[in-house]
Every structure is written in C-alpha cells, then in structure tokens.
Design a protein around this ligand. Sequence first.
Ligand code: ATP
Ligand code: MG
Length: 401
Amino acid sequence: MYNAIICRYHEIAIKGGNRSMFEKRMVENMYYLLRKVHDIRISRVRGRIWIERKDKELFTDEQLEIIDEQLQRAFGLESFSPVIMCEPTMDAMKKAVDVSCRPYFAKAFEAKPVVSFRIRAKRSNKNFELDSRGIEIELAREVGREYDYDSLTINLEEADVTVWCELRCEFAFIYYDIIRGPGGLPVGSNSPVLALLSGGIDSPAACCEIMKRGCRCDFITFHSSPYTPPATVDKVRRIAHHLNLFQPPARLFICNLAPLQKLIRDKCNPRFRTVLYRRMMFRIARAVAVRHKRQALVTGESVGQVASQTIKNMAAIDAAIDMLVLRPLVGTDKNDAIALARRIGTFDMSSEQVPDSCTVFAPSNPATAVVLSKILEDEARIPEYPAMLKEIVENIEILTP
Ligand code: ATP
Ligand code: MG
C-alpha cells in the first residue's frame, strides 16, 4: 500500500554551504544501497529525501523488505517511513487512511481488546480548509467508523496506533511507522581513510564508526605467511566484504609482514616485538595511504586493552609516522565494542579462531611501558628495514572484497 518512502536526516550536519554536498552524497549512497530495487527515483525535497518508483506504482513487499534492510546501512539517515502519498484533499487523505489502517489496528487488537490511537497532523499549506486539529478530527472519525465504538480509545500521549498525516500544497501523505536509521553522516562527505583491519573484534567496529562520520574506508591487513595460514587473510576478506555493505565498495590491501617480523625476531629485544611490529605496520600503512590519497589511518585500538595499547606503547607506535591516526574506540570498553560488532554483524566472523599476524614470534611477556629511545636503538640494529619495507609495499596485493 505504500507508494513512497520519506527519509529524514540531521539538519545540524548540513547547515550552510555544505548542505547541498551532503544531500547529494546521501542520495548517491542511497541509489547505491538500493541498487537491487530497480526503477526507483530518489529526490530531494525541502530537507527530506523521497524514494518513489519511477512508474509511481506501489512498492512490492519484496522491495520494501530490501529498502528496510538497506536503509539501516545508509549513514546520515536519521529515520525513514513508508508512506501513502495522495492528493492534498480531505477526501483523498480519508481514503488513504481507510485503505492503510487495518493491518495496524489488526495487529494491535491481537494483543488487547481495547486499542488506543491518535492522529497527528501537520500542514504546511496554511490555506487548506481545515487546520491541523480539524484534519485530526476528520481522520479520527474515519478510523472510528471502521471499528466498534467500545474497542477504541483516543490517547494523544502514547497510543497503540499513531496515524501521522502531513499536508503540503502539492500532496499529502499518511504513515504509521518511524523507523530509526543509523544516524551519522553520509559516507564520502568527509575525506577517505585507510583502516588497519585485523580479524579481531575491534577494528571492524572502528571502521564502521569512522564510516559513520562520513569517511569512506579502504582496508589494509597484515598476515605472516607462511607462519599464518591462508585462513587468516580469508577471514579478513570476508569481514571487509561485510563492511563494504555500508559503503560503495572499497579496496583491501593485503600485506605480508613475515620478512620484517623475522628480522625483528633475530635482531631486536623480544619484549619489544609487538611495538616494533606495530610501528612497521604503521609505516607500511602510511606509504599505502599516501600513494592512494587516503588522508588518515584508522585502528581499533582502545587504551589499556592489551600490552600494545598502554599509553606509553601507543605513544611509541604513534611516533613512527607523521600521519593522523584515528582511533574511534579509544575510550570504548570491550563489552561495548562487542555490542557494536554484533550490531554491525561482524562479531561472529571475528570470533572464529584463526592465527593472527601479531602473535607470530610474540613474546610471553611483552613490554607494557617502552621508552622510545630504546625502540629507536633496536630499530638501528636492523638498518635493512627501510629497503625491506619498500619491497613489501611493492608486493602488496589489492582486491575488492
Ligand atoms: P582487533 O580486535 O581490532 O584486532 P585488538 O584489541 O586485538 O584489536 P591489537 O591486536 O593490539 O588489538 O590491534 C590493535 C589494532 O592494530 C587493531 O585494532 C588493528 O587496527 C591493528 N592491527 C592489529 N593487527 C593487525 C593486522 N594483522 N592487520 C591489520 N591491522 C592490524
Ligand atoms: Mg587483534
């Protein structure tokens, strides 16, 4: 029964001169996310986005299902509602309520014998014959006609069924549901970034958080073949594929860290390995980011979570490069990161037990408070590392997961 979807987004983010850029990006992303719903038109009308079929017919249930699922992934979207769009006349609005209200009331009556309802009308056409209150009364009468007098009550505060009605000059529309979107800003409205994606729980969640702030995310992952199996990379590829459901598909850069890890194992203090590995990862990621014009790195680090994430170690890792590193989960508890991973659908994949690149040759007692000068002394013992880094960067495999 729905012939349009109305989409609402935050006004705050789109103030001033950037407004049209945000809106255009939002529409572009929605076309991409809804590509499986053929022949639709997405248009911007006064601070709202409308989705309709090109032929103006009703959406099918299957189309509505896809739209419902996909719009949950459209960052920037505050909420949306399937609506019945009609002529801006009282008769047309009554008819629209008449054809659409039954399933909502039927569902409410399943749960209780007496159902409360309310009509909420807004009108922007101030010349209309009735004011908002008048429209509400007329539509309430229409609903009342359908049902037994004793089984309905009106509750303006909290009703089992709310009929929303908006009247504009050119058209009117009726709806019942306000479905929450993911919020945030449309992907692509801020600069693109490169995320260090492991098979863990945190980094996929961090990627989603940063996409939600408008940054399109390319991914880089490090494995240690032959010390880690192909399954290590395959797991990350599947996670990256899933993350690409939230954005126009981005690339996964796959990088073998093993040669550097061997060098570090042979020449450096074993207790510094984790920090040294991480500094190498940052250097490689920075080189890839610069080459592919990504403006910042993203990690899933959270203060204090593991040995490499003490403030001192994070500072030593950070000092390896001169590039902005974004850590969306820096103050997030593990439980909250898990909840986030569950919400975005990566938790189960991340929970699969697969060997991780960081644990290759990892010491049982890693240093938790390194001093940068000591790290630099250790790196001075491996003068061949810059050449090796270069070679590793040249051999990175790129794929669109
Ligand atoms: P995650 O759950 O994201 O793996 P973690 O809590 O296990 O995080 P670490 O293993 O110390 O923490 O990793 C910290 C961050 O470093 C990760 O969130 C990720 O951004 C990056 N990282 C770690 N290992 C890799 C890897 N093999 N490939 C790419 N990035 C990695
Ligand atoms: Mg990890």
